[in-house]
Design a protein around this ligand. Sequence first.
Ligand code: UD1
Length: 430
Amino acid sequence: MDRIRLVGGNELRGEIPISGAKNAALPLMIASLLTDEPLVLQNVPRLADVKQLERILENHGVDIAVHGRRRGEEDAVGQRMTFHAADIVDTTAPYDLVSKMRASFWVIGPLLARCHEARVSLPGGCAIGTRPVDLFLFGLKQLGATIDIDDGYVVARAPKGGLRGAHIVFPKVSVGATHTILMAATLAKGTTIIENAAQEPEITNVAECLVAMGADITGIGTRTLKVVGVDRLHGASVDVIPDRIETGTFAMATAMTGGDVLLRGARAEHLDAALAILGQTGAQISVEGNGIRVRRNGNGIQPVDVDTDPFPGFPTDLQAQFMALMTMSTGVSKIRETIFENRYMHVAELARFGADIHVDGQLATITGKSQLKGAQVMATDLRASVSLVIAGLAARGETVVNRIYHLDRGFERLEDKLSRCGAEIERLAG
Ligand code: UD1
C-alpha cells in the first residue's frame, strides 16, 4: 500500500489549479443512465471513485470514452468524457461494485425511472456512521415504486406505466436522496415537489445538467424543487463545477502553514461559510478574477467555534481539515459535528502529532498548541486522511501517512499540487 512522506515547516506559496468536484462528477455520470443519447462531461477529475463508478456504469451497458486535450489545455486538470447509455443491458448493481462506494447506490433512481426496475446492493463507502438509505426508499415509494429487500439488495419496481409524480417532504436533508429522487422524477408521469431538498452546489450542477438534457425543473438552488416529468431526455454537454472541498482543504492548509496561495478556478460563492470562518482565524481571503487567494503572514491562528451544517452551512467534509488547523490555534475552540454521528476518526491520529483534542459525543474541544511534531499516522476516511496531510505540512519534522488509498478516492494529484507550492511531500510506493 502506498504511503505519503512529508517534511513539515515550509510555507505554501504559488498557485493550485482546483479540480472538478468529485461529488458533482459522480451524480452527473449517473445522470447519463437517463437517456439513450451521449452525455458529455468536461472537467471530470481523475480519481479512484470516478474509476469505480465507470465500472458500475459499464456493467449497466454505458459506453464511456475519454477525450484528448485541446490545444491550450495541456496544463488543465480533469478530463472530458462521454457517457453513452444507448441500451441498459443490466438493471442490477452488484455487491462487489456498489460496496466500494456509497454514491453508486444512487443509480437506483435513474434505473427505476428509465427501465422501471432496479436491483441495487446496499451501499458501502467511508465508514463515517451508519449512513442508512431510508430516505431514498421513502422517496422512491412516494413516486409509486414497490421496494423489497432481498439478500442485501434493494429490489425496486415502478408501477405499470412508470413512476408517478408526488409531493415528497424529506424529514431530513440528504444530498444523495435529493440527487436520486430528482433524477427519478424527471421521467415520472406528472409533477413532483421535493421539499427539504439539499441545496449543495453539486445538486444545482446536476439539476442544471438535467435541464440541459430536457428536464423541466424549477426552484434550483432552493429547498423546494419542482419537477414536471417528461417522456424522454436527450444528450447534453456540461461542465463539472470546481471542487469546493478541495478548495477549502488547500485554503486551510495555507492558513495553517502560512504563505500565499491562489486557488485557481475556485468559486467563493460555493464556500462562503468556510471562507468566513477562515477569515475569523486570521487568514486573509480575497476573491480574484480567476480564483480565491489565501494568505497568512506570521500572525497567530485565532480559535473559532464551528458547527457543521447542510449547505449553505459549514460543510462536514471540511470538519477534519478545520480541526487540524485549530490544533495550532492560540486558544480553545469547539467543533460540533451535526451531520454524521461518527466522524471523529481523525482525532486519535491528530493526537499522534501532539494535538490536544477532547471528544464528548458530537462535540470536540481543541486546545491549540504552538507546535505539532511529525508522526506516523494512518488514513481512515477520505476527508480525515487529508487532515493528516495538512497537519504534517505544518508539523516539525517527518510525517508518514499510511493507507492513502482513501486520498486517491477524492484528491487529484495531491502531492504534485502541494509540492509545486513548496511543500516537501512525496509518495512512497508499496
Ligand atoms: C454526500 C457527500 C459527502 C458529504 C455528505 C454530507 C457525495 C458523493 N457525498 O454524502 O461527501 O459528507 O453528502 O454533506 O456527494 N441519511 C439518513 N438516511 C438516508 C440518507 C442519509 O439518515 O437515507 C443521513 C446520513 O446518515 C447523514 C445525513 O443523512 O447523517 C446526511 O447524509 P447525506 O447528505 O445523505 O450524505 P451522502 O449523500 O451520503
